[in-house]
Design a protein around this ligand. Structure first.
Ligand SMILES: [Zn+2]
Length: 402
C-alpha cells in the first residue's frame, strides 16, 4: 500500500504513514524488536507513539543495542478511523487462513487480506535478515476509559518478561479470541504480547504507549535505563492504578452477535470490582448479569466487536509458582500415561483429552501445565502447549532473564 494519512483527535494532528512506520538500527549483536500499531484502524495512538519515539531516537542518537522495527496495521481503516473494513485484521492469523494468503486471486477481493499478506511478508523478511532474540509487541487502545494493561499468552518467558511492567497482566485472552496476531507469533515461540494504552481518543493513551515503548527498549537492553528515562516512565504507568504487576485470568466472556443491541450499563470502569449477579449490560432488552464475582474487563462502549465484556480474577501467586514448577519438570509427559489423554502429534505440542474417559480433568488443571484449550467438540478437548514451542534458550542471556 502507498502512504496514507492518519489523524489523531487528541493531538489534532495528521501524519503520513507507510507499511513500515520506521526502523532504527544499532549494534547488530543486540535483539530485534518488532512493534505493530493500528491493527485496529480506530486505534491510532500506537502509531503516533511509535512514530514519535523513532523521531526522538533519530534526533538524539543514543547508544542503541539491537534493531527496532515499527509496522503499521490496518492502513485503509486507519485512514478512515474505523476498526476494520471487511474483516478484523486481528482475527485472521490462524494457520488455515495464513495458508490462504498464498493465492493472490483470493486475497485481491479483500482489502484486509492484502494487508495481512504485506504484514506477514515484512515480518518474514525481518526474521530472515536479523538475528534473534526477537520480541513482538502489539499496541492497542480500548473503547472505554481504562488504565493501561498488558494481554499475554501464558508461557513462562512471557510471564517473566511482562512482570517487569508496572501494569496489570491479563493471562489467557487468546482462548477467547480466534486468530489474533500475537497468538500466531507466540506459536512460533517468541516473547510476544499486547499493550493496551488507554481509551482510543484519550490524549494520555499516546503518552502511555510512549512510556511502554521506552520501558521495553530499556528492559530488552536496547537502551540504557538512563537513555530510556526508565524511572520516569515507570512512575508514569505506576501512578495510574493500584493493581501493579499482578496477573489476572479471564474467567468469563459475554459474547454478542453482530445484530445485537448491546448497551453497557453506564459508568462501569475497566477493572471495577463486581459481585456475582451484578447487572452489567442490557442486550436486546434483556438484563445481563455476571455469573461470577470478579473484576469487569474491557466493557464494550462503542463500535464494532463481539466481546460484550469479560470478567477477570487475580491469579494467586501460589498457582503461578506451582505451574512454573510443573512446566519446568515437564510434568505433562506423565499425563499421557493416564487413560483418555493422548498426544495429537509426535511433536508433543498438542494433547487430545477424551472427556468421556478423563472426566476428572478441567481446563484449569491443564492451564497449570501451560496448555491452552483450542477447540472442544462435545467429547474432546484439544490443548496446545505453549512451553513445547517456546524459544526460552534464545533469551538466556537477555538482561531480564538473569
Ligand atoms: Zn485493538
Amino acid at each position: 500500500m502507498t502512504a496514507i494519512r492518519i489523524h489523531s483527535k487528541p493531538l489534532n494532528k495528521t501524519i503520513e504513514v507507510n507499511r513500515l512506520i520506521g526502523s532504527h538500527k544499532g549494534n547488530p549483536n543486540g535483539p530485534t524488536l518488532i512493534f505493530t500499531g493500528g491493527i485496529h484502524g480506530n486505534e491510532p495512538a500506537g502509531v503516533f507513539a511509535l512514530k514519535s519515539v523513532l523521531e526522538e531516537l533519530k534526533q538524539l542518537n543514543p547508544e542503541f543495542n539491537g534493531n527496532l522495527y515499527a509496522i503499521s496495521g490496518n492502513l485503509s481503516a486507519l485512514e478512515k478511523g474505523v476498526r476494520y473494513n471487511k474483516a478484523d485484521l486481528n482475527r485472521m492469523w490462524t494457520k488455515e487462513k495464513l495458508a490462504g494468503l498464498e493465492d493472490d486471486k483470493v486475497i485481491s477481493f479483500n482489502d484486509e487480506l492484502v494487508q495481512q499478506k504485506e504484514i506477514f511478508d515484512i515480518m518474514q523478511d525481518i526474521l530472515s535478515k536479523e538475528k534473534g532474540p526477537y520480541y513482538f509487541f502489539d499496541l492497542h487502545t480500548t473503547s472505554g476509559e481504562t488504565a493501561p494493561f498488558i494481554t499475554v499468552n501464558d508461557s513462562l518467558i512471557n510471564r517473566k518478561f511482562t512482570s517487569l511492567y508496572p501494569v496489570p497482566l491479563i493471562l489467557g485472552i487468546e482462548e477467547f479470541l480466534d486468530g489474533p496476531l500475537l497468538s500466531y507469533i507466540n506459536e512460533l515461540g517468541y516473547v510476544a504480547f499486547g499493550f493496551e494504552g488507554g481509551q482510543h481518543d484519550s490524549p494520555k493513551s499516546i503518552e502511555y504507549c510512549r512510556s511502554f515503548i521506552y520501558l521495553t527498549l530499556s528492559f530488552t537492553g536496547c537502551l540504557s535505563p538512563e537513555d530510556a528515562n526508565e524511572a520516569e516512565h515507570l512512575i508514569s504507568l505506576k501512578k495510574v492504578m493500584n493493581f501493579r504487576n499482578k496477573f489476572f485470568e479471564i474467567i468469563y466472556r459475554e459474547e454478542i452477535e453482530p445484530d445485537d443491541k448491546f448497551i453497557i450499563c453506564d459508568g462501569y470502569l475497566n477493572f471495577q470490582k463486581v459481585p456475582k449477579g451484578t447487572i452489567i449490560a442490557i442486550n436486546n432488552g434483556k438484563q445481563l448479569e455476571t455469573p461470577y464475582r470478579g473484576y469487569i474487563f474491557m466493557p464494550l462502549y462503542q463500535g464494532k466487536g463481539n466481546d460484550g465484556f469479560f470478567i477477570i480474577r487475580k491469579t494467586p501467586v501460589f498457582f503461578l509458582k506451582l505451574s512454573a514448577f510443573l512446566r519446568k519438570i515437564s510434568f505433562d509427559r506423565l499425563l499421557v500415561a493416564l487413560p483418555g489423554v493422548n498426544w495429537r502429534s509426535e511433536t508433543r505440542e498438542e494433547l487430545v483429552v477424551d472427556l468421556k474417559i478423563a472426566r476428572f480433568f478441567t481446563r484449569k488443571f491443564f492451564h497449570l501445565m501451560g496448555y491452552r484449550s483450542k477447540q472442544k467438540d462435545s467429547t474432546h478437548l484439544k490443548l496446545k502447549n505453549r512451553e513445547a514451542v517456546s524459544k526460552g534458550e534464545d533469551y538466556k542471556n537477555a538482561p531480564w532473564n538473569k
